[in-house]
Write a protein that binds this ligand. Sequence first.
Ligand code: ZN
Length: 409
Amino acid sequence: MTRGPDDIRDIGSHPHVDRSPGAVNRAPTRAAALALLVRALCLVLFVISACRDIELPEGEYGHTSDDQRPLYVLSGSIWASPVIPVCWENPGADSTERGWVADAVRRTWEANSGVTFTGWGPCPTSGAGIRIRIEDSGPHTKGLGNQLSGMAAGMVLNFTYQNWSTVCQSQREFCTRAIAVHEFGHALGFAHEQNRPDTPSWCDQEQGSDGDVTIGAWDLDSVMNYCNPNWNGNGNLSSTDIIGVRSLYGSPQRAALDGRGAYLGKAFFFRGGEYVRYDWATNDVDPGYPASLGLWNLPGAFLDGIDAALNGSGSYDGKAYFFRGNGYVRYDWASGNVDPGYPASLSAWNLPGDFANGIDDAINGQGDFAGKAYFFRGGEYVRYDWASGNVDPYYPQPISLWGGLERLW
Ligand SMILES: [Zn+2]
């Protein structure tokens, strides 16, 4: 029996395939497996744009059944790589102000998604990335997302407010930070939320370029919404802004791991496809870093970044675990290689609910909590017992149980 592309089309045209145990119809099974594989690849590889093309309706403003993700997106303007160069066209004696901008962006879009803005130096004559002009006029971008790449004065920011928005003169840091978060939202491909066709009539502030895809419900609290009762969201992303940017650029891929074996006394900090090695004695990053994550001999998609890292405990001493999406690998400190049989499914950790789809961070317990590992996802965490190989009863619990931690996370 040959199986051509028709096998895949069939699953769409005949959705009611007999699924009784006696049914012998291998083609749909194969097609379903393919569909599952594509979905798994989407998750594992974070081929966000490709997956979006499959899942989101094109053209006429469409809504998906997923009601969680806001933002008004110009789908063709999403940057192919989440590592986006930024430079200043006319930096002067304003390093403090430029620092506010970089810091505000770091604490919002970067801290909450896979996006990294790199560079931040004076602009070369030409080159890809976002070119920022400092000017006392209305801050704006000359397009959305990657339309700005290499464009002269693609983003204009104001540091002095002598001519525009003079009320900001008495609160320059607040204004500069809040505006930066909004303008960098445009630079990521997000139009004004109030331009969406489903904007309620009382919010009559339409301005600038439109997106072509709305995702999720209209969001009054979006930093991209002029009708937000807080001006530019006070420079804070709404919870649904965060879900939206993650859906397009992935989750933050940062992790830290204490060295073991020959690397006792070192700590490793990962971000995207790079890492640095830190020395506890010198309190400095060792020379030669950042280096490529490829030096860890991780497989495939793990080389683009990891969600979390954790040292093994108990009978798993000497191992380290790297997590990405719904998969993980086990690394052996002594051999410097990933053990055979990996990557494996995160389901092996017996994590509950959404935790099985991916975790944000992981850490081992100490003191009374030695022998436990903690996995974090969104606003929740679970406590895992190394000896039993299971999550302890009564988890997940809210991160608020970690005292003031929730204010930072
Ligand atoms: Zn705007």
